[in-house]
Design a protein around this ligand. Structure first.
Ligand code: F6R
Ligand code: MG
Ligand code: MG
Length: 370
């Protein structure tokens, strides 16, 4: 089939049970029903509904391209219906990510997060979706870099001639709303100089270089919405999602998954104001409990069949990740004992809750010159 396929993840937190722990089945059912009707109408080819903790994720395939009003409108309508149900059940923070009163053509800037890419479906097209809760878009910087640029993660970069040239990274400065395209491995140190600052510089897409695959079709995409910037103040988390294509000239499925075997520190967690380890878990543990966390990621693996989603396979439902989880729990225990001290608590500028201005105001007169 020559016509390109688009895979879209559009996600929002429309209410949690209890607090910010997870999205209950009743809400996911509302979303499934609405997308099932859209599938019957032929608006989308296929879909799956997931939850990463308290975030409701809609994974859809269609031929409308990225930024389609029809698809974004469908997602918005689905979130509105889910919100209605969430309000009926008095879930916590019902509708918290729907920042606009009415849909206006595109969900960007209206609260939901988006990761979507349009590409030519190959003879066999493995595609992996990752959903995180209680963290920020920059949490994907480390694993995505390792997948597409680190030979200690991805053996194919060294030993597979179709990967050996490397990849192109599209990196966004989310403070300045600017982007830059950088080539790996040539510019690896410069890339790392940027993306190590993960609250500001985030990998948005990865492209292949000229070769086997079309260089203008992304092979990975990450949501980069930051809710507090959208709304001008803190209104909820910007928990990110990503899509990664694999195999035949791209990192193998196992090389993609391997990048999550190290539970690196990410910011988010309790009140969006703490560092903690990112723990890869099976779908059934996609629930943020201890100290509203720790931050979690789930992975869903599919083969595409003319836009139909074959799967999912629950990628982290494997004892091969037990040690990663064990390590994450050790780190959780260790870092939690810092209580209100940095670097568990984020530096003031990155916190989403703070009393500091009020405390400073109260103490203004009592501060003396030294
Ligand atoms: C973090 C998160 C939670 C809340 C916390 C306080 O992303 O969603 O940790 O920040 O539970 O929530 P409120 O202020 O709603 O009581
Ligand atoms: Mg929530
Ligand atoms: Mg969340």
């Amino acid at each position: 089939m020559a016509e390109k396929i688009t895979v879209s993840i559009i996600k929002a937190d429309v209410g949690g049970l209890p607090g910010h722990v997870l999205v209950p089945d009743e809400i996911q059912e509302v979303a499934r029903k609405n997308l099932e009707e859209a599938k019957k109408r032929g608006d989308i080819i296929d879909f799956r509904v997931f939850n990463a903790g308290d975030d409701l994720e809609l994974l859809m395939t269609h031929r409308e391209g990225v930024d389609s009003e029809k698809i974004h409108g469908l997602a918005w309508e689905t979130f509105e219906k889910a919100t209605e149900k969430a309000k009926e059940l008095k879930l916590y923070g019902a509708g918290q990510d729907l920042l606009a009163d009415a849909f206006s053509g595109n969900v960007r800037g209206m609260g939901p997060g988006v990761a979507e890419m349009e590409f030519t479906e190959r003879k066999a097209e493995p595609i992996l979706a990752f959903f995180m809760d209680k963290t920020e878009p920059g949490a994907f910087n480390l694993p995505i870099f390792r997948i597409f640029a680190d030979p200690f993660n991805t053996a194919g970069l060294i030993i597979d001639p179709t990967l050996h040239d490397g990849f192109v990274f599209e990196i966004w400065d989310i403070y300045e709303s600017k982007r830059v395209f950088m080539r790996a491995p040539e510019e690896m140190y410069d890339i790392l100089a940027l993306i190590g600052g993960k609250s500001r510089f985030v990998i948005k897409r990865v492209f292949p270089k000229e070769g086997k695959l079309p260089a203008d079709e992304p092979v990975a995409v990450i949501s980069t919405e930051k809710l507090y910037q959208v709304a001008g103040e803190y209104v909820g988390k910007d928990d990110p999602v990503a899509l990664v294509r694999a195999q035949s000239g791209l990192p193998a499925v196992g090389e993609v998954i391997e990048a999550f075997a190290f539970p690196h520190l990410v910011s988010g967690w309790m009140r969006g104001s703490h560092n903690g380890p990112l723990m890869p878990v099976p779908f059934r543990y996609s629930r943020c409990t201890r100290f509203d966390g720790p931050p979690r990621v789930i992975g869903a693996g599919f083969q595409l069949a003319n836009g139909m989603l074959i799967g999912p396979v629950d990628l982290f439902d494997d004892p091969a990740f037990d040690l990663t989880r064990q390590k994450a729990m050790e780190v959780t225990d260790y870092i939690r004992r810092h209580g209100p001290f940095e670097p568990h608590r984020l530096p003031s500028e990155d916190m989403e809750y703070t009393t500091l201005p009020k405390v400073m105001e109260k103490l203004k007169r009592r501060f003396e010159e030294v």
